[in-house]
Design a protein around this ligand. Structure first.
Ligand code: ATP
Ligand SMILES: CCCCCCCCCCCCC/C=C/[C@@H](O)[C@H](CO)NC(C)=O
Ligand code: CA
Length: 502
């Protein structure tokens, strides 16, 4: 045991055999760091290595002469979860064997299960047999038995698990999901996402990389990232929850077309994206929204939401104060509504940046994971060339909102009605008008079809075009910590140095 100058810092020092070399290891209790260095480095200035003790997965002992003790097997610590209390011990895992490139089962068995077992985490595994298997199962299981739920798959699979958990929570709390104004019960059981889908947008936007090992490590060390969830209703009927994209027009049409081509795997989005781009359909409708006033950020900010984000922390505090003041009672919201009518190529409402490997900065780079708001992006009717310029900016660093035909607003609630349904509603008895409502009024001669688009809700289609959306601040939690500052693929992979130490 060492005491450093100043007499405050206590360090445990020892040596560790790693391969053929012997390293000097210190445990700095005050800073919570385990550091190791080569006492005789091959070159001068070789770096010291360190890892926060809270990120050590497991500790195993071997004899100095490398023969393992007793049975010859690795020895586990008596208290394997001693490093930090918030680590999960018992997990419920759902694997979609058909998501993405159909690798979910292999990814879990080869990359994730060995790490869980190393960290002494037990897992009950369900390989899904049909769509909604995980969601339905979550309404039946003894959920209190688990410290978290893991989904192995893409955004659709995550959405299923999220619906199961949030739905179960509301049912157990006696909350009617069909009431769009009902304050929802927070879901405290964390979800871990092992990416094995086609877009993996939720994983990428909350971790900074789409990598099963990195995600497994976030689960093991018990990270916690709160997440905003939007509820989507139509005529006082609950439709869905959304955490990433609610897209009408371009992204709705891409999804609808791509669903018929699931056999193509992740490539289906590129194929349908190109086809939809060529079709260049625009849609008329009315958008109403309540601008978010409580938040510190704006969609045109240069800074993005990162680990420990102060904008999200401020929203967390406001949420806690609001709960103190009125509990879970519904508070009448009298904030103003803004109304915009127009012709749109795309209407995107995003709760988070929606970064993914195809669009590394996402559809709204400055959107926050947990600030209680969504960014409403309106892409008005423009030329094909201009729309292409806009789409290309999803893939590079240029400002996506710096176009005369693109507007962006930070909102807390939002409604949409298509012109077609407005016309049909206002003239239900006028059959003639209703019929002509199906044709484009700008080009009566060509009779081009102006049927409604479809809403893309986190990669699932919605049945209704008229929707009412409300953002619920930090309704659920993930095993993640947000994207770390200066996160590069290399930094995200640095977790693997922890594995090497073991
Ligand atoms: N065993 C199963 N058979 C068929 N469909 C399933 C099964 N298990 C889950 N599903 C459904 O498959 C859908 C898509 O799965 P998933 O999200 O994992 O992959 P993806 O669509 O390829 O990826 P992404 O959502 O990232 O684009 C989900 O909506 C889920 O409900
Ligand atoms: C000609 C250039 C075209 C560039 C197109 C860029 C495409 C970027 C795709 C970003 C999609 C991010 C939104 C994520 C949505 C998910 O919820 C959903 C389900 O996984 N995925 C899709 C594609 O709808
Ligand atoms: Ca948000």
């Amino acid at each position: 045991m060492e005491q450093l100058p100043g007499g405050r810092r206590l360090r445990l020092a020892s040596s560790l055999g790693l391969g053929q070399r012997c390293w000097e290891v210190t445990l700095d209790e005050e800073r919570g760091l385990l550091a190791w260095r080569d006492p005789r480095p091959p070159r001068r200035g070789a770096d010291n290595c360190f890892v926060p003790t809270s990120e050590i997965i497991a500790v195993e002992e071997t004899e100095q002469n490398k023969k393992q003790r007793s049975t010859g097997k690795w020895q586990k610590m008596a208290k394997p979860h001693a490093f930090t209390e918030c680590r999960p011990k018992q997990l419920l895992v759902y694997i979609n064997p058909y998501g993405g490139k159909r690798q979910g089962k292999r990814i879990y068995e080869q990359k994730v299960a060995p790490l869980f077992s190393l960290a002494s985490i037990s897992a009950d595994v369900v390989v899904t047999e049909h769509a909604n298997h995980a969601k339905d199962n979550l309404f039946e299981v003894n959920i209190s038995k688990y410290d978290g739920v893991v989904c192995v798959g893409g955004d659709g699979m995550f959405s299923e698990v999220m619906h199961g958990l949030i739905g179960r929570m509301q049912k157990d709390s006696g909350i009617d999901q069909n009431n769009p104004k009902a304050p929802l019960a927070q879901c405290n059981i964390r979800i871990g996402i092992i990416p094995a889908g086609s877009t993996d947008c939720v994983c990428y936007s909350t971790v900074g990389i789409s990598d099963p090992v990195t995600s497994a490590l976030h689960i093991i060390i018990g990270d916690c990232q709160p997440l905003d969830v939007s509820s989507v209703h139509h005529n006082n009927t609950f439709l869905k929850y959304a955490v990433s994209l609610l897209g009408y027009g371009f992204y709705g049409d891409v999804l609808k077309d791509s669903e018929k081509k699931r056999w193509m795997g992740p490539m289906r989005y590129d194929y349908s994206g190109f086809k939809t781009f060529l079709s260049h359909h625009y849609y008329e409708g009315t958008i109403s929204f309540q601008p978010a006033k409580h938040t510190l950020g704006s969609p045109r900010d240069k800074d993005s939401c990162r680990t420990g984000c102060c904008v999200c922390k401020e929203s967390e505090q406001q949420l806690a104060e609001q709960r103190k003041k009125c509990g879970f009672k519904h508070e009448e919201d009298e904030d103003e509504w803004k109304v915009i009518k127009g012709k749109f190529l795309a209407i995107n409402v995003v709760n988070m940046s929606c970064a993914c490997p195809r669009s590394p900065k996402g559809l709204s780079p400055a959107a926050h994971l947990a600030d209680g708001t969504a960014d409403l992006i309106l892409v008005r009717k423009c030329s094909r060339f201009d729309f292409l310029r806009y789409l290309v900016r999803h893939t590079n660093r240029d400002d996506q909102f710096d176009f005369s035909f693109v507007d962006v607003y930070r909102v807390k609630s939002f409604q949409f009605t298509s012109k077609l349904s407005e016309d049909n509603e206002s003239s239900v008895t006028d059959i003639g008008k209703k019929r002509f409502g199906q044709f484009c009024r700008d080009h009566p001669a060509c009779c081009c079809n102006i049927a409604n688009s479809t809403w893309n809700c986190d990669g699932e289609t919605l049945d209704s075009s008229a929707i009412e959306v409300r953002v619920h601040c930090q309704l659920m939690k993930l095993f993640a910590r947000g994207i770390e500052e200066n996160c590069t693929d290399e930094a995200a992979y640095s977790h693997s140095s922890i594995e090497q130490l073991l």
